[in-house]
Design a binder for this molecule. Structure first.
Ligand SMILES: [Zn+2]
Length: 207
């Protein structure tokens, strides 16, 4: 069987955009009852289609073409697909500004709605409380958030988006990090004036 997927292309785009470095992050795609997922311990700028692993709902490898193991975050991906039926792809990356905000603003429950672009395109972006990466517990915690949100910041760790296709998911991740960077700059310069309730109501109608 020859594995065909745009996941390697998206890995390179994430790497070039500085959203992941080295072995960080993982990407998956729903394939019927199984999921195709990136391998662990392969530099993302170098992932090839033959390195991807097909796993079942239990996390067992159904098919692979290389000696690599499926990503250690496979249980997080499986948990999300189980509860969010609209998700066809998931990207987990380590965008620096999003992580920095989770470190510097531990009391924030959601990304403040300062920028209209985030609200209209991503909706509410919650900060998921820190949970050890690579554990089944992380999947359990994230489940509750992905029912409502398509973009999440994982405190002290990274960010996660789901979408119906890989390019859209990549754009969501790129947008999330760009907005976090602007908020970080604004926070460093002084007090940010939030949007008014009236402006927020107008934006919510555009969604
Ligand atoms: Zn991670």
């Amino acid at each position: 069987m020859k594995i065909k997927s745009d996941i390697p292309l998206i890995c390179r785009k994430l790497s070039q955009a500085g959203l992941i470095v080295a072995f960080e992050g993982n990407i998956s795609e729903r394939k019927g009852d199984n999921i195709l997922i990136t391998p662990s311990q392969v530099n993302k700028s170098d992932v090839q289609a033959r390195d991807l692993c097909l796993i079942n709902k239990k996390g067992e490898t159904v098919y692979k073409n290389s000696s690599h193991q499926a990503s250690s975050e496979k249980f997080m991906h499986l948990a999300i697909y189980e509860v969010q039926k609209k998700a066809s792809v998931i990207i987990h990356a380590h965008p620096p500004s999003a992580i920095a905000l989770s470190l510097a603003r531990p009391k924030w429950k959601v990304l403040p709605p300062y920028l209209p672009e985030v609200l209209v395109t991503l909706g509410e972006v919650p900060f998921v409380p820190y949970t050890c990466p690579g554990t089944k517990q992380l999947g359990k915690v994230i489940k509750n958030f992905v029912k409502k949100s398509k973009a999440l910041i994982l405190s002290r760790h990274g960010a996660l988006v789901w979408a119906e296709d890989l390019l859209t998911a990549f754009s969501f991740m790129e947008l999330l990090e760009a907005c976090c960077k602007v908020i970080t700059l604004g926070e460093a310069m002084g007090k940010i004036k939030p949007l008014t309730q009236k402006e927020l109501r107008t934006l919510s109608k555009l969604k």
